[in-house]
Ligand binder design. Structure first.
Ligand code: CTP
Ligand code: MG
Length: 226
């Protein structure tokens, strides 16, 4: 049984409006993708890394194996995050292997979170990484405020999320022919199709996802301090 990190970079990054796909934008001389790979490369609990990238970048990323030797496979992504995750999962050999699925757009993933997710897989089939909500929140309906909600009832979903391969694979298979557009992450698929036992661990609020141009500015400052 091995532990694999699948790093998803198959998206185009429409909201970021950069000239290259989001994961290939550079911060301080290194692509966002490489910043995201490094913590998994360094973590001794991770055996192998699988990259999911736009078709155009597959050959280029295969060369990265020289610098990040845990990279075992580089595959092309699909039309949605779900399809890209499926492509990555297909590279994981055994049903009992442990799998971490991570957004390449989160370059501040830390080793403590990675290890906490992996450790939780000793007792559960699926692990969500969550952080508290710091802003007040309201419920909206058709662009109008309905009422305020208690933010303590909510958590933000981060990545990596961790799974025993079989559990995630079963959920992916069931999702294949169903309209599940509202389910934007892998853990929620497992929850929806009830394919295994689930738990969560607390993540780091620094683990932001680079989505809009202003996030890139924040990330530049954060990485400068690193
Ligand atoms: N992703 C992927 N394949 C897709 C869509 C998304 O691998 N077809 C990945 C992205 O590369 C990213 C992660 O999933 O690392 C989280 O998605 P998001 O932040 O939405 O990235 P994009 O889809 O690229 O951005 P946007 O939605 O702004 O176009
Ligand atoms: Mg997207």
């Amino acid at each position: 049984m091995k532990t694999y990190a699948i790093i998803l970079a198959g998206g185009s990054g429409q909201r970021l409006q950069a000239e290259v796909p989001k994961a290939f934008v550079k911060i301080h001389g290194r692509t966002i993708m490489e910043h995201s790979i490094l913590p998994f490369q360094k973590c001794d609990a991770v055996d192998g890394i699988i990259l999911v990238v736009p078709q155009k970048y597959v050959e280029e990323c295969k060369q990265w194996h020289k610098a990040y030797h845990k990279i075992e496979a580089v595959v092309a992504g699909g039309v949605t995050r779900y399809h890209s995750s499926m492509q990555g999962l297909a590279q994981v050999p055994h049903a009992s292997d442990k799998v971490l699925v991570h957004d390449a757009a989160r370059p501040f993933v830390d080793e403590v979170s990675i290890k906490a997710c992996i450790a939780a897989l000793d007792r559960y089939d699926a692990v969500n990484l969550l952080s508290p909500v710091s802003n007040s929140m309201v419920r909206m309906k058709e662009d109008k405020i309905e009422h305020a909600v208690d933010r303590n009832d909510f958590r933000q979903v981060l990545t990596p999320q961790a799974f025993i391969k079989e559990c995630l694979y079963k959920a992916h298979l069931q999702a294949k022919n169903l309209p599940v557009e509202t389910i934007t992450d892998d853990f929620n698929l497992v929850l929806h199709f009830n394919t295994g036992t689930v738990t969560w661990v607390e993540g780091n609020t620094n683990n932001i996802k680079i989505t809009y141009p202003q996030d890139l500015k924040i990330a530049e400052c954060m990485l400068y301090k690193h």
